[in-house]
Ligand binder design. Structure first.
Ligand code: C2O
Length: 480
């Protein structure tokens, strides 16, 4: 795997990946999996991701436009077909470019588990389009393996309503079920619920109150609000509870769990629905629209298609998923009739004391205006940009507005683990916190509440002090 100069060769990597999946295809029993789990747990080597390949031509996909469905509405025969597709994927011969492990490692190559920092597709505006492109080719591969590329579409796990692991993926809990994976949180795998703060409809409503793409989907240098919550949060809830959080909680391994795809399909739907809100009336011109900067549109990535051909696709190619990628989602959101006001403030660090923590500083007239809005029962959001999450932090964290003994949950951050040895600096994050319930104490003039980042599993992660390059409070006021 290693070249003489110590770098890792791509060929070696591919053979390694192929070997693993070949072994899996042999017996496909739980024991066999356990037998080489030591190998599977190694961080994948990190050669550069593939480049080049036949470029996607818009308009060339002429299959019917088919709806991607919620897992909870799949028929028995659709579940069988889904299982057959994953079983076939897992059983592909070692030399095949479509294998389960190779596909999973493609994800790892494009992320900070690897050393290809310039190719990192998390923590920036590449996050949504890259995962959409990845799912597109993965979906084509699954569809072709069950002989129905025209109609097979990926299902989504709507965690706002299905609060446990989706049953199709968790039972039977055996390798006879191609959607099952042994590397999951034991509580969730045993039928447990997601924590009540995670992946909620309220969180989606908060995200839909963001109108600018930079906050929703990130920019060239930082990630958007959904990336940590709910994306990272659900990853960490599903992965094992302790470091290295296999599989879903570790960027190098997450895509080895079939749940990865149904989770990301739901996130893709969140993005699609957010774009759909652009049709609401009376909005600012760029509300709910994707960036038009060439740096966003021209990003291009390579994948393997259902014929094992190297192909490439750009962010611009995936924006109109119905017409270009031939799938659609049921779209039901209605925009409430509100107008959003943005107030600049600052996050000041730190109030001295045993547990120093930052607080919000805001000019007095703005404070009055915001308090008035909050008393009118309208949601109040705090948007923090340029939040630097320490490179060694991993796990789920809660953000608590604390004033004396009173602690109010205002948000969460889900930080996915890197593979061992690849803990590069993380790109700055954007946090969008719903501070409605805590606004009086956070904006108190005399004694403002402080914001604490509290790791959920105190043995595993350390706390860190929240800091932000800029801070805004956003209020929503009913249009008159
Ligand atoms: Cu590329 Cu959910 O991570």
């Amino acid at each position: 795997m290693k070249n003489e100069d110590g770098t890792t060769s791509r060929r070696g990597f591919l053979q390694h990946a192929a070997l693993l999946s070949g072994a899996a295809a042999f017996g496909d029993t739980h024991n066999l999996f356990a037998g080489f789990s030591a190998l599977v747990q190694d961080p994948p080597s990190c050669p550069a991701p593939p480049v080049g390949g036949t470029a996607f031509v818009p308009g060339s996909d002429t299959r019917p436009i088919v709806q991607r469905k919620s897992l909870s509405s799949l028929s028995a025969s659709e579940v069988t077909r889904l299982r057959d597709a994953y079983a076939a994927l897992r059983a592909l011969p070692a030399s095949d470019k479509r294998t389960w492990v190779l596909q999973a490692d493609l994800h790892a190559l494009y992320c900070d588990s690897c050393t290809n920092w310039s190719k990192e597709i998390h923590g920036s505006w590449n996050f949504f389009p890259w995962h959409r492109a990845y799912l597109y080719y993965y979906e084509r591969i699954l569809g072709s393996l069950v002989g129905d590329i025209d109609h097979f579409r990926m299902p989504y796990w709507d965690w706002t309503t299905t609060r446990t692991l989706p049953s199709q993926y968790s039972s039977p809990a055996a390798s006879s079920n191609s959607l099952w994976n042994g590397n999951r949180d034991s509580g969730m795998a045993g039928g447990g619920n997601l924590p009540s703060t995670d992946g909620t409809a309220a969180r989606i409503a908060t995200l839909n109150a963001i109108q600018d793409f930079a906050t929703f989907g990130g920019d060239a240098f930082s990630g958007g609000a959904p990336e940590d919550d709910p994306h990272g949060i659900i990853h960490m809830d599903v992965g094992r509870a302790t470091s290295p959080y296999h599989d879903m909680g570790n960027l190098g391994y997450a895509a080895r769990d079939p749940l990865f795809f149904t989770h990301h399909c739901n996130l893709d739907k969140v993005w699609s629905n957010w774009n759909g809100l652009a049709s609401g009336g009376g909005l600012p011109p760029d509300a709910y629209k994707n960036p038009t900067a060439s740096g966003f549109l021209n990003a291009r990535w390579s994948f393997y298609d259902e014929n094992q051909h190297l192909v490439s696709i750009s962010a611009a190619d995936v924006l109109d998923h119905s017409n270009q990628l031939r799938y659609t989602y049921n779209f039901r959101f209605r925009l409430p009739d509100f107008r959003i006001y943005i107030w600049e403030c600052r996050l000041i660090c730190c109030r001295p004391g045993p547990d120093p923590a930052p607080f919000i500083q805001i000019a007095d007239p703005l404070r009055q205006r915001i308090l008035r809005a909050s008393r009118a029962q309208s949601p109040v959001l705090l948007v923090l940009r340029g939040v630097q999450i320490p490179r060694d932090a991993a796990g789920n964290f809660d953000i608590l507005a604390t004033s004396g003994d009173r602690k109010l949950h205002v948000g969460s951050i889900g930080v996915i683990e890197h593979s061992a040895g690849h803990n590069r600096e993380r790109r700055p994050a954007t946090l969008t916190l719903d501070i409605t319930s805590a606004v009086e104490s956070l904006l108190s003039k005399e004694n403002p509440a402080t914001l604490h980042v509290v790791p959920r599993n105190r043995n595993q992660s350390r706390s860190f002090v929240l800091s932000a390059k800029s801070a805004q409070i956003r209020t929503q006021e009913k249009r008159r």
